[in-house]
Every structure is written in C-alpha cells, then in structure tokens.
Design a protein around this ligand. Structure first.
Ligand SMILES: NC(=O)C1=CN([C@@H]2O[C@H](COP(=O)(O)OP(=O)(O)OC[C@H]3O[C@@H](n4cnc5c(N)ncnc54)[C@H](OP(=O)(O)O)[C@@H]3O)[C@@H](O)[C@H]2O)C=CC1
Ligand SMILES: CC(=O)N[C@@H](CCC(=O)OP(=O)(O)O)C(=O)O
Length: 349
C-alpha cells in the first residue's frame, strides 16, 4: 500500500468541508495537513465548530495556492460554484491533485454551464481534463488522473437509479420523469429565506422546476449511456429534514418486466461496488437508512397496469452526494480500495 497522502480542504467551514474532515480524520491513507477558509484564516476551526476540537490541524489557513502546494499533495475544493472555476486551474497548475465538489467542471460544454449556472465557465482545457467522478459508472477512468469533478447530489441519486435500466434498454429514454426531494443541508451552510426555519419547518416546497442546474448534468450522463440525446423532466423539492435525498423516477418500460427482473439486473450491474445496495423486490428505501453513510439504496415498483416502473433511490446528500463520494474518488485516483475510510454503517434512527 502507498504512503499517506497529504490533503488540504478549501471550504472547510462549509457542510461539505466539515464532512470531509469527519471522514478523513479516520482515513488510513490520508492525513489532513491544512484546513482552509477564505473568511476565518488564523482562527482555530474549533472556534466555529466546537465538535472539531479533537482534529489535529486546528488553525485555519488562508487560500494561498503556493502555501497549499508546499504542504499538500491533493486538495478537496468544497467551494461554491463560480469560486472553483477560478481556483481549481491554479491548484492544478501548481501540481496539486484536485477533487472539486462544485458544479463548475461537471458539464463538458461551457456554454451549457453559462446557460444553467448563469456564471462564466472555466476554460475549455480544464473542462476537458476533468473526469466526471460517478464512481460506480466511470470509476475505471479515475485511476492516476490528477483531477476529478465530483457529481452533484441530485444527479448522484438519480443517475445511479436510472443507468442500469437505461443501459440495458429496459426503459424508454423519452419517458423519464424525476421527482427529487432534498434535506436543507443540500443548500449549504449560508442562511437564506429558502432554508430559514420558519419557512421550511412543517413545509414542503418545490423550487427551480424545469430550471435546476442539475438537469444538464443528468442529461449529459444519460445521453452518454444511451448513445443519443436524452431529455428529462426534473422537479426538485425541499423537505424539512437536515440530510437526505430521495429521487423517485418514473419511466415507461420497453417490454414486460417484473420487480425481480430489475433487482437482478441492478445487482449484476453493481456487483462488486460496495456503496450501492439494491433492495429486495417490494422493499423501498428511506433516507434514514443511508444517513451518515456513503450508501445509495435503490428499490423498484413495476406497475403492470401502466407498463411504467417507479425507481426510488436514496443517498445522504452530504456523504454520497458530496464528501463521501469525493473521498471515494480520491481512493480511485490513488488506486486504493474505493471504500477506504468510508466503511460507516448509517446512523439509525
Ligand atoms: N451541501 C451539499 O449537500 C452538497 C454541496 N455540493 C457542492 O459542494 C460545494 C460546497 O457545498 P457546501 O459545503 O454545502 O457549501 P457551504 O456554503 O456550506 O460552504 C462553502 C464554503 O466555501 C467557502 N468559500 C466561500 N467563498 C470562498 C472563496 N471565494 N474562496 C474560498 N472558499 C470560499 C466558505 O468558507 P469560508 O468563508 O470559510 O472560506 C464556505 O464555508 C458547493 O459547490 C456545493 O454546490 C455538492 C453536492 C452536495
Ligand atoms: C437543497 C438545495 O438547495 N440543494 C442545492 C444543491 C446545490 C448543489 O449541490 O449545487 P451544485 O451541485 O450545482 O454545486 C440546489 O438545489 O441548488
């Protein structure tokens, strides 16, 4: 096994960054050498996060690329969209490996990024260089590369739920409808009216309907899998819970299949992949069954009356949707077992 890799976390005061710290502290092959903040450098991280008093590296560093390059081998950029666009090229040019958690390098087409994110795209050469890190689908592309773009939270749950059926031709790609719900931590730590307690508690609201920035990401990957253009209907909703995404997908089947046919197909597709668990026929997953873990759990319900299938996929948005998947990608980049440092059972209840 290789020697320990030195890692730095930019955005370590955000939800993704704090979750990276939680897992990396116990990673057998990684050592956190720098926790970085653009707004609180020079202060101990435990000042804002008292639950982190036991982490070895306490003082928050500033975002100084040369200093990061002098200390670290690999950087996790858990930074907002628009920030990674500018930061990641500098880190790569300084010789660092990067796993970026933002949406800035997921879309290969810069014009599409600008349309959906309403921000300038990163230079095309860096978009090309980024390997899209949906580990269970593209994991074989990750070994030895310097730069992984971590998938979005909604796309992770959705794509893992759809790809085996689409690839096998079981579902009609023109019929896909995705109804996705997220806990409020998906919006990050910053406060807004959208996630304000009085606005979301005992409430359930749709947002960005047909306008969500994850639509082109989902369509890009489904198009790649299907070998032709795929468009989807995608509705996102905010649920009054802290963590968790449930993506419920509907599609017309191209033949007559049973729940068990889908279970068998998905178990075969995800054979050997430690983080996708396919439920037995008739058993549907719940968000609490993956909380705090890197699992994606998937269940099915075939409706013979309508000839449609309902696919239900759940993840913890902060883990499999962000920090956990980022560590899984680091493991694959380094040629390690993909579940290294991630073997936690979900927190229940
Ligand atoms: N939350 C989730 O479930 C998921 C998040 N993501 C993506 O991961 C990234 C991080 O998300 P999340 O942790 O939730 O977001 P947060 O808003 O919780 O944290 C983002 C952090 O980025 C830092 N930051 C802000 N501006 C800058 C800057 N100019 N330079 C350097 N750092 C900066 C801030 O820390 P400071 O002020 O200390 O520098 C802040 O704490 C985002 O791109 C998000 O879209 C992806 C999948 C799921
Ligand atoms: C609940 C909630 O607000 N979720 C966010 C997910 C943001 C995110 O992860 O953004 P990128 O993947 O594009 O970086 C949203 O729907 O925009």
């Amino acid at each position: 096994m290789n020697s320990k890799i030195k890692v730095a976390i930019i955005g370590s005061t955000g939800y993704g960054g704090v979750e990276l710290i939680r897992f990396l502290q116990h990673h057998p092959q990684a050592e956190i050498v720098s926790v970085i903040s653009s707004s609180s450098s020079g202060t101990p991280i435990s000042e804002g996060f008292p639950h982190l008093t036991d982490i070895m590296v306490q003082d928050l560093d500033g975002v100084v690329v040369e200093e990061i390059a002098a200390k670290a081998d690999l950087v996790f950029t858990a930074t907002p969209s628009g920030v990674s666009t500018k930061l990641v090229p500098q880190l790569l040019d300084a010789g660092l490996k990067v796993v970026d958690l933002s949406g800035d390098f997921r879309l290969k087409d810069g014009a599409s990024y600008e349309q959906w994110y309403k921000k300038p795209a990163a230079p095309a050469s860096y978009l090309e260089q980024a390997v899209y890190g949906l580990a269970e689908v593209y994991g074989d592309r990750a070994a030895g590369v310097p730069f992984i773009s971590n998938p979005g939270c909604y796309p992770t749950a959705t794509l893992l739920g759809l790809i085996p059926a689409l690839k096998a031709g079981l579902i009609d790609h023109r019929s896909i409808i995705i109804d996705a719900k997220s806990g409020v931590s998906g919006a990050g730590r910053g406060t807004s009216l959208m996630t304000h307690f009085a606005e979301i508690n005992e409430n359930f609201k749709a947002y960005k309907v047909n306008k969500h920035q994850h639509i082109p990401e989902i369509e890009q990957v489904l198009g790649d899998v299907a070998g032709e253009q795929v468009t989807v209907t995608f509705t996102t909703q905010l649920v009054p819970m802290t963590r968790g995404i449930m993506s419920t997908m509907y599609a017309t089947m191209n033949g007559s299949y049973t729940d068990q046919d889908l279970v068998d197909l998905y178990r075969e597709y995800y054979k050997g992949r430690p983080f996708v668990r396919v439920r037995n026929a008739g058993v549907w997953p719940a968000t609490k069954e993956v909380t705090g873990s890197n699992y994606c759990d998937i269940g099915f319900a075939v409706d013979t009356r309508t000839n449609r299938v309902t696919i239900i996929s759940v993840i913890d948005n902060v883990v499999k949707g962000a920090a956990g998947q980022a560590i899984q990608n680091m493991n694959l980049m380094m040629g390690w077992e993909e579940n290294l440092g991630l073997g936690l059972t979900p927190i229940y209840p």
